[in-house]
Design a protein around this ligand. Structure first.
Ligand SMILES: [Zn+2]
Length: 326
C-alpha cells in the first residue's frame, strides 16, 4: 500500500493555449486549481507575470495542514531541467532562455523544478494514472503534435541532451510529409491531429472524398476528421485508422528499444478511443518483438488535469523521494 503523506506541491502547466496552476497533494489529488488563457500576443513576460501572481496567491492561501513544499513546472517546449530554464517554445514567441525556476523561486520562496510537459505528464500517469505501479512506462501524447516521455521506476528518463522520449520525431517515411521540426515523415507528420487534417485536405484536393461527408466541408481540420469518424463516416475512419497504424508502428520500434511494461496514450486524438487505438494495437502486435508484443497500450486516465498533476509530480519526486507512492 502506498504511504500517505500530507505534503502538497504547486503544479504549473504552461501550454500554447492555456495555463493552469494547481495545489496537488502527494497522492495526486487537486486541492485548488486556477486556469488561465495563455496571453499569446503579450509574450512570455506577461505570461510569467500572470503565473507568478497566481502561484504566489496559491502558496499564501494553502491550508496550513498541507503547506506546499515545492513548485513543479511543465513547459510545452524544450527545457534545461538542471538549471530550470526554458530553452524555447515551438508555439509562442518570446520564450528564449527564460529562467523559470529562478523567477518562481523568488516569488514563492520554494524550491522549483522545471520539466518538459510531456515528461511531466508521463510522470503523472506513472505515479497517479494509467501507469500506476509500473516499472518502465512509455507515454505518448497525441494532440495537435506528438510528444512523449519515458519513466523508469518513478523517475523521468531524460537522456544526455534532455531529448529522450521525443517519439513524435522518429522518422518512418523519409520522403513523407513535412513535419514542423523540418524533417519529413516523422510520426508527428503522419499520426497527429494536424496530420489527420492534412490527409483529409489532400484527399479533398484530389477529389477522393467520394461518399464522405468530408467532401462538402471547408478548411478540413483534424478535429473535423475525428468528429466525422466518431459519427461513422467511413473515409474519416480510414484516415484515423491509417494514423493509428503509424502510431502502432512507432510504438513497436520504441518498445523493442526500451522494453516498457505499459504504454500510455493521452491527448485529444487518443480520445477517439478504439477508432485510433485499435489500429495502433494491431500494428503494434504485428511489428513488436516477441517479449514486448503483448504489452498493453492503454488510454491516459488523468485527462484534462494531467498537466498540473504531472507538473506537481515533478516537484514531488524531486523533493520527497522516499515518500512518493509508486
Ligand atoms: Zn518531426
Amino acid at each position: 500500500m502506498p504511504k500517505r503523506t500530507t505534503c502538497t506541491c504547486v503544479g504549473v502547466d504552461i501550454g500554447g493555449s492555456r495555463l493552469s496552476v494547481g495545489l496537488v497533494t502527494s497522492d495526486g489529488k487537486i486541492l485548488a486549481l486556477r486556469r488561465l488563457k495563455t496571453p499569446r500576443e503579450a509574450g512570455a513576460e506577461e505570461c510569467v507575470r500572470e503565473l507568478l501572481e497566481v502561484a504566489r496567491a496559491m502558496v499564501k492561501e494553502a491550508p496550513t495542514e498541507n503547506p506546499p513544499v515545492a513548485v513543479g513546472i511543465g513547459f510545452g517546449g524544450p527545457v534545461d531541467p538542471t538549471t530550470g530554464t526554458v530553452r524555447r517554445s515551438h508555439h509562442v514567441e518570446g520564450w528564449s532562455d527564460v529562467p523559470l525556476a529562478k523567477l518562481f523561486s523568488e516569488a514563492t520562496g520554494l524550491e522549483v523544478h522545471v520539466e518538459n510537459d510531456a515528461n511531466a505528464a508521463a510522470l503523472g500517469e506513472a505515479l497517479f494514472g494509467a501507469g500506476y505501479g509500473c516499472e518502465v512506462l512509455l507515454y505518448v501524447n497525441v494532440g495537435t503534435g506528438i510528444g512523449g516521455g519515458i519513466v523508469i521506476r518513478g523517475r523521468v528518463y531524460r537522456g544526455a541532451h534532455f531529448n529522450a522520449g521525443e517519439i513524435g520525431h522518429l522518422v518512418l517515411l523519409p520522403d513523407g510529409p513535412v513535419c514542423p521540426c523540418g524533417k519529413r515523415g516523422c510520426l508527428e507528420a503522419l499520426a497527429s491531429g494536424d496530420a489527420l487534417g492534412r490527409r483529409a485536405r489532400e484527399l479533398h484536393d484530389a477529389a477522393r472524398l467520394v461518399r464522405s461527408a468530408l467532401a462538402g466541408a471547408e478548411n478540413l481540420t483534424g478535429r473535423m476528421v475525428g468528429e466525422y469518424a466518431s459519427r461513422g463516416d467511413e473515409v474519416a475512419r480510414t484516415i484515423v485508422a491509417e494514423a493509428g497504424g503509424y502510431l502502432g508502428w512507432t510504438l513497436a520500434l520504441a518498445a523493442n528499444l526500451i522494453d516498457p511494461d505499459v504504454i500510455v496514450v493521452g491527448g485529444g486524438v487518443a480520445d477517439l478511443g478504439d477508432l485510433y487505438l485499435g489500429p495502433a494495437r494491431s500494428r503494434y502486435r504485428e511489428l513488436a518483438m516477441e517479449y514486448v508484443s503483448d504489452v498493453s497500450i492503454v488510454p491516459a486516465t488523468l485527462g484534462y488535469d494531467a498537466g498540473v498533476i504531472g507538473a506537481a509530480a515533478v516537484a514531488l519526486t524531486a523533493s520527497a523521494s522516499e515518500e512518493i507512492p509508486r
